[in-house]
Design a protein around this ligand. Structure first.
Ligand code: SF4
Length: 563
């Protein structure tokens, strides 16, 4: 008997006769983690595991093997092609792909269709559609036909690399055919200039999520595997992750539809910007429209994901270093520029995928108000505490909203889209201060470091109007009014400023004297064309859906308060 056992045995005997014995040794001191630290660690762990599984499944999949050129993101060109220019005209409808059966085409396995009037008729006022049916076009199946299902007989039902698309009667394996079709069709769709994709829900090919995987082709019931995406939809999202994609079930939700409209509209503007860039390249001009795009979409990105704004700004700064006209013809510079655009595209559209919360949207609205009031020089204190809880974040944002803390990260641009510098606070108590607002355009970007330009800020809004906007932002933040309320207030102010500016310039011309810039020029420069204030051109977004696919009618008031 070893010493420990002997000691325990003796202690037991002593206790049996009523003698008090020493208890077990104290538990050694270990480092205790707070619940916050524990949850952060477990979240990071599960995120890493998910990422590893995802990439492993993808690398093992037949889609990846069939198209090795997509293995590196550098070679992927989706979304980097301008698209047919007639569709990029300002008032043209936004072109999106749509599952053919939703468009009323009889391509389903039972030779029927699932026409979705709320998409084709209502959303069709703003969107134009390109029908796609992977089963008929890609697999060459006729109508009516056998049904197909996702089968994974490897034992690990979550391993997408082993999931196959199989006919339920013939047991034909359609996976490789679908892989070949998907890659070539996506290229065609990119060339056709699509800006989004509306998929048919619950289909083994087109379904976005919730598609059962079966362990064998003849398994009865609803499938015991973990629900996944349809095979075409999965490949679409893997190969073109930035593309706005929704299914008809999710689009019945008004806030998701609003987000979809916003993303497809942003994608259309992205393609317009690429068109301008291509034209400039052809004429060998050093024009990089990324700056204009960034300036007009900065608040939109910030309202969805504040963390991505810094990345986007870094990319814009990087792009500005390739402005030398002599360098433009050099292929390596073009490739570098392509790479910057691709990274910007990826970061920006992944940021828009995140739902813009009320707090971040209210913060951006508040910034717009501060520009009109000439007070946009206050900096927001960024949270350096990464583990801030949601409740703490909410409190901080509410406090910021009350204190009027602003974004403070807007970069100043001149007419040639060159970044000047982040502007500094202007002391408005000095009435005759001589502001430096002029900038020599002939100088290179690096010469801007020598002087910090001061930009004069004017209050160009009535106190009553400012109060009204401020109240409407608070009401929006407290979910009492929809977003359209503060947005319409801003649009009114911008319209007023434009009229005033026009009158000001006309007066200058009549008097034949240089009156300088109108006081509202700076506010107009920042707020006009700001995608955040007019996220999409669709005027009927609040009233488009009358019925969802189950025949459920939405009350106007319900739709109104959703956004
Ligand atoms: S769900 Fe997709 S594959 Fe199936 S019929 Fe509709 S468009 Fe074709």
């Amino acid at each position: 008997m070893n010493d420990n056992k002997k000691l325990t045995f003796e202690n037991k005997q002593l206790r049996n006769v009523g003698v008090q014995t020493p208890g077990p040794p104290a538990f050694p001191n270990v480092q205790k983690f707070t619940p916050k630290e524990r949850s952060a660690a477990s979240e990071a762990q599960s995120r890493a595991a998910k990422e590893a599984n995802k990439s492993k499944a993808w690398m093992n999949s037949r889609f990846c093997a069939a198209r090795p050129e997509f293995e590196t993101v550098i070679s992927r060109k989706f979304g980097m092609i301008p698209g047919p220019s007639e569709r990029l005209k300002t008032n043209a409808k936004v072109h999106v792909a749509l599952s053919a059966c939703l468009n009323g085409e009889a391509v389903r396995h039972n030779a029927g269709h699932c026409f979705a009037p709320f998409i084709v008729d209502d959303m069709g006022e703003f969107l134009s559609f390109e029908s796609v049916c992977p089963e008929v076009e890609g697999l060459g199946l006729g109508t009516p036909r056998e049904t197909i299902r996702l089968v994974n007989s490897s034992g690990d039902l979550e391993d997408w690399g082993q999931t196959t698309l199989v006919g339920t009667k013939s047991c034909n394996n359609y996976t490789s055919m679908m892989a070949n079709y998907t890659a070539s069709r996506l290229h065609d769709l990119d060339k056709a200039g699509i800006n989004g994709y509306i998929l048919k829900a619950l289909s083994p090919s087109c379904g976005l999520r919730g598609i059962p995987v079966y362990p064998s082709v003849d398994t009865r019931g609803r499938g015991s595997g973990k629900a996944q995406s349809g095979m075409f939809a999965k490949a679409l999202m893997e190969l073109w992750p930035e593309l706005p994609v929704e299914d008809e079930g999710r689009l019945a939700d008004v806030s998701l539809r609003h987000s979809f409209y916003t993303r497809v509209e942003a994608h259309r503007r992205w393609r317009c910007m690429l068109e301008k860039r291509t034209n400039a390249r052809n004429k060998k001009q050093p024009y990089i429209p990324l700056h204009t795009f960034h300036k007009n979409h900065l608040l939109l990105a910030d309202s969805h994901s504040a963390t991505s704004v810094k990345l986007l700004e870094d990319l814009v700064k990087e792009a500005s270093s390739h402005r030398n006209i002599d360098n433009i013809v050099e292929n390596d510079i073009l490739e570098k520029e392509d790479d910057i655009y691709r990274r910007y595209y990826n970061t920006f559209f992944n940021a828009l995928k995140r739902t813009g919360g009320r707090a971040s949207t209210a913060r951006c609205l508040r910034y717009c108000l501060s520009v009109l009031e000439g007070k946009d020089d206050k900096k927001e204190v960024a949270p350096d505490n990464e583990s801030e809880t949601a409740a703490e974040g909410e409190k901080r944002r509410e406090r910021d909203l009350d204190n009027g803390s602003m974004l403070g990260m807007f970069l100043e641009y001149d007419d040639g889209d060159e970044i000047l510098k982040e502007t500094e606070c202007v002391d408005k108590t000095e009435p005759n201060i001589n502001y430096i607002a002029m900038h020599d355009k002939n100088k290179g970007i690096e010469t801007h470091n020598s002087e910090i330009p001061f930009i004069q800020r004017f209050c160009v809004i009535d106190p009553e109007d400012a109060l009204e906007i401020s109240e409407s932002i608070k009401d929006y933040y407290n979910a009492l009014v929809p977003l359209s309320m503060p947005l319409s207030c801003f649009k009114r102010q911008i319209k007023r400023l434009k009229l005033e500016q026009k009158k000001y310039l006309t007066t200058g011309e009549q008097l034949n004297c240089d009156m300088g810039n109108h006081p509202g020029s700076r506010a107009l420069d920042i707020l006009d064309n700001q995608a955040f204030l007019e996220p999409h051109q669709c005027k009927r977004v609040l009233s488009t859906i009358r019925q969802n696919k189950f025949g459920q009618t939405f009350e106007a008031s319900h739709v109104f308060t959703c956004l």
